[in-house]
Ligand binder design. Structure first.
Ligand code: ISE
Length: 337
């Protein structure tokens, strides 16, 4: 496949709208061909100023449109399975925002459908792998210059949560990124998850216990912990500190201009994930497009989507029982080895 990617973007909400602008303005080799949203007015607003793009309210209609040869799925996770199965049947490049699907059983069905197709078509939207600092830490771990990696400490803080953000979503929507990052850093599967609920902020909506402390273990015994704090108020901050035999490496935190003025010093904290990871999203989508032209994918696979869904399931169980819960995984199909 050497032609330009004519992408149908399914879902024109917060992430979909961001990807539409990205594809239109900054990505080479791809164009927005269609935008689908149940809210047709929102789809129409999203294609404004994009020549040749059509607004639709039905994903299947977009997939059957002769002008479409790739799909970017940015709907809420519970809608992914149906669209993914239809897109796999079309054998076209797919970028699916995280999560692949909301549970391990349905993610496994997607893995099996792709295995049956016989080639990898799905790239899952774990954008942190494309962040320059995440990539650099991954390289440090793999080149072994600081000895063995022993522990990972993660902070994941959001200023606030949108309406309807449940207690389970602290794991399924937020910590899912650390599940992927830990698997990416270590090259290992996560074997167990425990969640501890300590003192909670008064700023969390009813039903959410915030913050939470998530403890994980990988196959070789690397221990990792995540402070997930989604009503932290002060801004958006995601960081990791890695402890090695011969040193410690920190990534994340805000840099940018550091100013001293009017008797104060400091800088700004990014307000949200679009700003913090904007550059990483650009690299991620360009990598998907470049790989699609070669008939490949350029990032995390459906297996990564399935494995993180299994971690989320263990995490949600651990939220409820406070125990260390084992992550259950089926054997990895040869397609992903
Ligand atoms: C959101 O859905 C994301 O994917 C962000 O990257 C994450 O930081 C946030 O916690 C999630 O709700």
């Amino acid at each position: 496949m050497t032609e330009t990617l004519r992408v149908a973007v399914i879902g024109a909400g917060r992430m979909g709208a961001d990807h539409i602008q990205r594809l239109h303005k900054r990505i080479n080799g791809a164009e927005v061909a269609a935008v689908v949203d149940v809210d047709l007015v929102r789809a129409q607003a999203a294609i404004e100023g994009i020549p040749g793009a059509v607004a639709l309210s039905d994903a299947e209609e977009a997939l059957n449109n002769g002008d479409v040869n790739a799909v970017l799925i940015a709907t809420p996770g519970f809608l992914h399975e149906d669209i993914l199965l239809k897109a796999i049947a079309k054998d076209i490049p797919i970028l699916c925002e995280k999560p692949l699907t909301p549970d391990a059983e349905s993610s496994w069905k997607i893995v099996q459908a792709e295995e049956k197709l016989g080639r990898k078509r799905i790239q899952v939207g774990f954008m942190r792998r494309f962040d320059a600092e995440y990539a650099a830490l991954g390289d440090i771990i793999r080149n072994g210059g600081l000895g063995e990696l022993l522990m990972l400490h993660h902070q994941h803080r959001n200023p606030t949560t949108p309406p309807g953000f449940t207690n389970e979503m602290l794991i399924n929507d937020s910590v899912v990124h650390e599940f992927d990052a830990i698997r990416f850093f270590t090259g290992e599967e996560i074997t167990s998850v425990q969640v501890r609920l300590g003192k909670a902020t008064k700023n969390a909506p009813a039903g959410q216990h915030d913050p939470q402390h998530v403890l994980l273990e990988t196959e070789s015994g690397v221990l990792a912990d995540v402070e997930i704090f989604v009503n932290a108020k002060y801004g958006y901050e995601v960081g990791t500190q890695a402890s090695f035999e011969e040193g410690v490496v920190s990534i994340g935190g805000d840099k940018g201009p550091y100013t001293r003025t009017a008797g104060r010093w400091g800088g700004n904290v990014t307000p949200g994930f679009e700003e913090r990871f904007g550059a990483a999203y650009d690299v991620e989508i360009q990598s998907w497009v470049d790989a699609a032209v070669r008939g490949e994918i350029g990032g995390p696979t459906a297996w990564d989507g399935y494995a993180t869904a299994a971690c989320c399931e263990a995490g949600v169980e651990a939220q409820k029982n406070g125990e260390k819960v084992a992550v259950k995984l089926n054997s990895k199909p040869a397609l992903y080895s």
